[in-house]
Design a protein. Structure first.
Length: 273
């Protein structure tokens, strides 16, 4: 059931990105930024197929992602990029919004949602998403903000080569909206603290240390039963909370878990490799 849901999310994410490209940005010759933006610039000047360029330019980043992030991530990302390229060959490049600003706004929202839901299940829609995700594993920044910053050079290139700074500004608007939409969905930078009362502490600790994630063991006593218990405390991210719940439920379905949002963390906060 979980795998089927993931496949559906990948398909929907690819569809939204492809629609954002073909029906909102490309007809106005706007950019989505990053690798897809580079593919669009080349496509605008050479008439090469933008979808195939998007696939080609993503391949080196996919290999980097495989080395730096992991097999599951790269499998989802490859599926997303291939599906996006395929859907782009099917969906006609027609205007949905004749106004460039509307194209930028709605294109940015669709691409942001498509990228965000794919990131949420542990993959990416390719491009600078991969670079940004690798950076957020080492530095505590919102992913969408990183992506927007990295896309600046692509925007400047569009305005310069097209000699039309309106296109550059509208593209900047699309990328900004897309980045903010990603931040709303991909909540990796929001931390939570989980307090886990369990009778299977060793099994849960071993599993969490493999992620890796720091765990603190606290001895507790039930106020009513007077029984001694073990409580584990760990700080994680909202993005990884689903995986944490899965681990706990798999090892100890009867564990008591209290999850609270963490305002800030001082000291070492170990991020997954």
């Amino acid at each position: 059931m979980k795998k089927a849901l993931d496949v559906l999310i990948i398909l929907v994410g690819a569809l939204l990105v492809a629609v954002g490209f073909n029906m909102f940005l490309i007809p106005h010759q706007l950019l989505s930024g990053g690798v897809s933006g580079i593919a669009m610039i080349i496509g605008y000047f050479t008439d090469y197929n933008i979808g195939f360029l998007y696939l080609l330019f993503n391949m080196p980043l996919m290999i980097w992602g495989l080395v730096s992030i992991g097999k599951r991530f790269i499998m989802i990302s490859v599926a997303s990029v291939v599906l996006t390229t395929w859907i782009m060959q099917i969906i006609p490049m027609n205007f949905v919004a004749k106004d460039s600003m509307l194209g930028a706004v709605f294109g940015g929202v669709l691409i942001g949602i498509g990228s965000g839901i794919t990131l949420r299940i542990g993959g990416s829609s390719g491009g600078f998403d991969i670079v940004g995700l690798i950076l957020t594993r080492k530095y505590d920044f919102p992913l969408g903000t990183i992506l927007s910053s990295m896309n600046g050079i692509v925007i400047v290139a569009l305005g310069y080569f097209k000699d039309n700074w309106d296109l550059a500004l509208f593209s900047m608007l699309a990328i900004f909206i897309s980045g903010k939409t990603v931040d709303m969905i991909h909540i990796r930078h929001i931390k939570v603290t989980a307090f886990i009362v369990t009778k299977h502490k060793d099994a849960i600790i071993n599993k969490l240390l493999m992620i890796p994630r720091g765990v603190t063991l606290i001895k507790t006593e039930g106020a009513y039963t007077k029984q001694q218990h073990d409580m584990l405390m760990t700080v994680t991210t909202r993005y990884e909370l689903v995986e944490l719940k899965r681990i706990i439920k798999e090892i100890d379905p009867k564990a008591f878990v209290n999850i609270v949002e963490t305002v800030g963390v001082v000291g070492e906060f170990r991020k997954p490799k």
